[in-house]
Design a protein around this ligand. Structure first.
Ligand SMILES: C[S@@+](CC[C@H](N)C(=O)[O-])C[C@H]1O[C@@H](n2cnc3c(N)ncnc32)[C@H](O)[C@@H]1O
Length: 224
């Protein structure tokens, strides 16, 4: 099937994969396939390397990323998923928080080519160490394997997310509790988020792409 616009804004499809328009034609990020169609270069998005892409394959109803989006990405790693978001948010800005110096070096190289990405070497649990660099954002995306991943998510939402903004958290159940069943952990996290008055829009089990992981999408409304 030829490449066509998918049901998700600025995400394309070819019948079996999702793809994004390469913001930096001629360069790849993680060995992904590149396809040129009608003179435009697209990067194939791998759902086994990116939980956000796994969410698309599982049919998420909420995909808030747009051309102008301002995003805070917690746990950007070397930029696999962040690079696809950067392909979408072409006129936006993405603050990429990563605390591992080794991974951060690769992230910096990527951000040198992609002007909508800003790398910040910091611990996502210490908001005060980077709040001078980050402005209010439309979306928070978190993918960190920490025991207190819910607490970190909440802290960043209250520090940086705009009213009516969206936040997506990739829950790794084993990091929170190795002994509990993943479904129980997912339910517990959902309850904790609801207690903080966040509206849980969707919760998606990411199997078979990622075992014992779920994505949760919330909306943040500070006043009615
Ligand atoms: C699953 S990997 C990220 C993969 C990346 N999100 C992607 O899809 O391309 C998780 C990353 O979070 C980082 N991380 C874990 N805890 C963190 C923290 N407290 N602050 C900042 N980064 C953290 C790790 O160093 C690691 O690079």
């Amino acid at each position: 099937m030829p490449i066509h616009q998918s049901r998700y804004t600025d995400v394309y499809a070819d019948g079996s994969h999702f793809l994004t328009k390469n913001l930096t034609p001629g360069s790849r990020v993680y060995g992904e396939n590149v396809v040129t169609h009608k003179g435009i270069e697209y990067r194939t998005w791998n759902p086994r390397r990116s939980k956000l892409c796994a969410m698309l394959h599982k049919g998420t109803k909420f995909f808030p990323f747009r051309k102008e989006s301002k995003i805070l990405y917690l746990g950007a790693g070397s930029g696999t998923t962040a690079s696809h978001i950067s392909d979408i948010a072409v006129n936006g800005r993405m603050y990429c928080i990563e605390f591992s110096p080794r991974v951060f070096r690769d992230l910096v190289k990527l951000c040198e080519k992609r002007k909508n990405m800003l790398p910040i070497l910091a611990d996502a649990n210490k908001v005060e160490s980077y709040n001078m660099y980050v402005k209010e954002v439309d979306i928070i995306y978190q993918d960190i394997a920490q025991r207190d991943q819910t607490g970190i998510f909440l802290k960043n939402i209250s520090a940086f997310l705009k009213n009516n903004g969206f936040a997506i958290m990739m829950i790794k159940s084993r990091s929170i509790d190795v002994t509990a069943k993943p479904k129980e952990v997912f339910r517990k996290v959902e309850k904790e988020l609801e207690l903080e008055k966040l509206k849980v829009l969707e919760k998606i089990d990411l199997a078979p792409y990622e075992k014992a992981h779920a994505a949760v999408v919330v909306k943040y409304t500070t006043f009615k």
